[in-house]
Design a protein around this ligand. Structure first.
Ligand code: FUB
Length: 449
């Protein structure tokens, strides 16, 4: 991996392997991840996604979703993510068909110091039901180890479990099977306390799935992917009761412009900011069943309605200037002369590059923390056949000049060019990298020293 080779480190702690990962969108770039449920436990964000893998003959159904296990990830800043490894896998759950490859969208919630992980799959025994059923695994810590219950939940048939615990302590389970279903949970969190009901007030036409319910200022927000037109957009409905009736309010995120058929969301408040976790097929543009989790900030209007989220590549969080900054995950680019592509189209997990194709082309990358101690230089990993001239500026295209870089032609494909800083700034700034002549330059990353 060219892009992350110095950013990944391994720490062996018992049997666990921890990966430290940089995070713009998509936030996980070491494996496919989908259907993100984000939770705040003990002051950290924990991410419980599905884990897409590619099917092969004898391993899942080629051309369809294929998932055999779940990982959990955590972060204290939305920027550095730790992969805690596999927490549940299909061959270790007594009721799951061990070759189901159907470990679809999960959820996890904490109650009285125990962590309950809910997941759907195909059962090995048809007496549990046809299609999907939902089971629970329980742990003492958010990263496990999780112990699966021997049997799936009774009377719950479908996918995409979501659990909500209200302020009065009552827990609710939501799930999908064409419609969205809801039921109260017993205190033991593994049995229903009421018969399932269909939440009837949601749109009658078009598939609905992936329920995720949260509460804010006494309003219960039920969010769900819905096919209004061709593919899934993210919608929401509100109520003053977790069981409804709900009133449909609108769209949180439009259909993917590039045709990823599914989307799937969770919404979480972390350090005074609301975030939307969702997915897109960034690392698999030609196959939309291999998806990757993204994050963007989410805002409410004063009447409690949700502002539409426009997907970004920059994502969320502040980037440390001494880490690799990936301008291909840009906040903005010039209308002409800038393009983004994979470093190696055969190996998307190696990441992307930014091409500044002519003079005047630029890329903007927001929220870089230059720290409080003076930085000496900036290094760029780049490639240019003819050489070129780049400028790095802060705050605006004509803002303070941080570095003026004369680049000679690269003999091998990529090289690292280091330039002494012209201005020393501290704190968080938006960065602009611009080409100053017509010779094309490709940039992998930049990093301050
Ligand atoms: O990941 C498999 C399925 O795709 C999920 O269960 C749905 O929500 C959709 O994202």
């Amino acid at each position: 991996m060219v892009r992350y080779s110095t950013a990944i480190f391994l720490v062996m702690t018992g049997m666990s392997i921890f990966h430290r990962l940089p995070a713009q969108n998509p936030i996980i770039t070491t494996q496919y991840t989908a259907d993100p449920t984000a939770r705040v436990f003990n002051g950290k964000i924990y991410l419980y996604p599905s884990h897409d893998i590619l099917a092969a003959p004898g391993k899942g159904r080629v051309g369809w979703f294929c998932m055999e296990d779940y990982h959990v990830f955590s972060s204290s800043d939305l920027t550095d993510w730790t992969d805690h490894g596999v927490i549940v896998s299909q061959d270790k759950v007594p009721w799951v068909r061990p070759d189901s490859y159907s470990m679809w969208a999960p959820d996890c919630i904490c109650r009285n110091g125990k962590y309950y992980f809910y997941f759907p799959s195909s059962p090995r025994d048809s007496t549990y039901g046809r299609g999907f059923v939902i089971g629970v695994a329980i742990a003492d810590r958010p990263e496990g180890p999780f112990v699966p219950q021997p049997e799936p939940m009774k009377n719950v048939h479908g996918i995409d479990p979501n659990v909500f615990i209200d302020r009065d302590g009552q827990a609710y389970l939501y799930w999908a099977q064409g419609n969205i279903y809801a039921a109260r949970l017993k205190d033991n969190m593994v049995e229903l306390a009421s018969a399932p009901v269909i939440l009837q007030e949601l749109p009658a036409k078009g598939l609905k799935e992936g329920p995720f319910l949260f509460e804010r200022n006494g309003i219960y927000y039920l969010t769900y992917p819905h096919v209004q037109n061709k593919t899934e957009c993210l919608e929401y409905a509100t109520s003053d009761n977790p069981m409804g009736p709900f009133a449909v309010k609108g769209v949180i995120m439009d259909e993917s412009p590039t045709g990823c058929w599914t989307n799937h969301q969770s919404i979480v408040l972390f350090k005074d900011q609301w975030y939307l976790f969702y997915h897109h097929n960034d690392l698999s543009p030609h196959f939309d069943k291999a998806r990757s989790v993204r994050i963007d900030s989410l805002f409410f209007n004063s009447d409690g309605t949700i502002q539409k989220v426009i997907p970004t590549l920059r994502g969320a969080g502040v980037t440390d200037a001494t880490h690799m900054i990936q301008p291909d995950r840009y906040s903005n680019i010039s209308t002409a002369g800038t393009s983004i592509g994979f470093l190696d189209t055969l190996h998307p997990f190696e990441g992307w590059k930014t091409a500044l194709e002519r003079g005047g082309a630029w890329v903007q990358y927001n929220s870089v923390d230059l720290g409080s101690r003076p930085l000496r230089s900036v290094s760029l990993r780049l490639s240019t056949r003819a050489g070129g001239v780049l400028q790095v500026r802060a705050d605006a295209l004509d803002g303070p000049l941080i570095a003026d870089i004369q680049v000679s032609p690269t003999v091998t494909e990529w090289k690292i060019v280091t330039s002494t800083l012209k201005t020393n700034l501290s704190g968080v700034h938006n960065l602009f990298v611009a080409s100053k002549d017509d010779r094309p330059v490709e940039i992998d990353w930049l990093r301050f020293e």
